[in-house]
Write a protein that binds this ligand. Structure first.
Ligand SMILES: [Zn+2]
Ligand SMILES: [Zn+2]
Length: 290
């Protein structure tokens, strides 16, 4: 079944932070690290290639994807470790553009990935990523994907920097704010403006409020901050994301009930879920093939 051309959809291929966390305690919310698939009419792109990108790539290859953009929030391992296992990037028939905006020259995006994809760390070099282009933009600017879709970006407060995204399509808006630590007033103000009026906001809620002090400076935020930002910026649905690898399904159930009690509709990201926004109306539904 084809997707409504006015629908903005997002599929969660990985919602975990730091390191994949497979096992009996993560069966329902998933153990793969961050990878989001966004579809907007004819446009189709990914945000991050964490470990969830492996299964995403297999699905895209089976569907016969012909072109792809991937935008990265940053280059920490949990957000790029799936790239060497992302089969579309090796397909000479599929042009893939990899975008990053958090890196300051002279350091380069390709050089960072080359460090990961080089012996003895990994046997396959980036030269094997056929038809793949590394591209940069400045975090804070709007830029246009190879597919032609313009998306907004904002700098995030994270060790080594990070970049958030805002995607608007046919009257629906999704904002993605991970990995980010609240507390820098100027950045928080800019982010609040950036996410204003979003229908759905994916937000770094890795740390519970009582855990935050111990991990201050690690670059992550809390569900309370997600809810406060949503209230301040008029975000309809905040979605907790970048789950701590030790956070069990039961603990995430508790968190889901807690945030929904405080803001009706607030959610916890679940691997495998697809959300459809049609003119701002949110529905859970099946993932449609491109
Ligand atoms: Zn992360
Ligand atoms: Zn990070």
């Amino acid at each position: 079944m084809a997707l409504d051309p006015n629908t903005l959809s997002l599929t969660v291929w990985g919602a975990r932070g730091s390191i994949p966390a497979p096992g009996p305690h993560t069966l329902r919310y998933g153990g793969e690290t961050t990878c989001l698939e966004v579809r907007a009419g004819p446009h189709h792109f990914l945000i991050d290639c964490g470990s969830g990108a492996r299964q995403c790539g297999a699905a895209l290859a089976a569907e016969g994807v012909t072109q792809l953009d991937v935008v990265f929030t940053h280059t920490h391992m949990d957000h790029i470790c799936g790239l060497p296992f992302f089969c579309s990037a090796y397909d000479p028939n599929v042009p893939v553009s990899l975008w990053a905006g958090h890196i300051s020259p002279p350091e380069g995006f390709k050089e960072i990935v080359e460090r990961m994809m080089s012996p003895p760390i990994f046997p396959v070099a980036t030269s094997a990523l056929r038809n793949t282009e590394f591209r940069r933009f400045d975090a804070g600017r709007e830029f246009t994907l190879a597919s032609g879709l313009a998306i907004g970006s904002v700098p995030l407060n994270h060790p080594g920097n990070g970049c958030g995204y805002r995607i608007t399509w046919a009257g629906s808006t999704i904002a993605v704010i991970t990995d980010h630590e609240h507390g820098n007033e100027a950045m928080d103000d800019a982010i609040a403006e950036f996410v204003t009026g979003a229908d759905l906001m994916i937000y770094d809620a890795m740390l519970l409020e009582e855990e935050y002090e111990r991990y201050r400076g690690w670059g992550h935020s809390t569900p309370q901050r997600a809810l406060a930002l949503a209230a301040r910026a008029g975000v309809a649905t905040p979605m907790m994301f970048h789950h701590d690898p030790a956070r069990s399904d039961d603990a995430l159930d508790t968190l889901a009930a807690d945030v929904a009690r405080q803001q009706p509709g607030a959610q916890v990201a679940t691997q495998g879920a697809t959300l459809h926004l049609t003119r701002g109306r949110l529905e859970l539904g099946p993932r449609h093939a491109p």
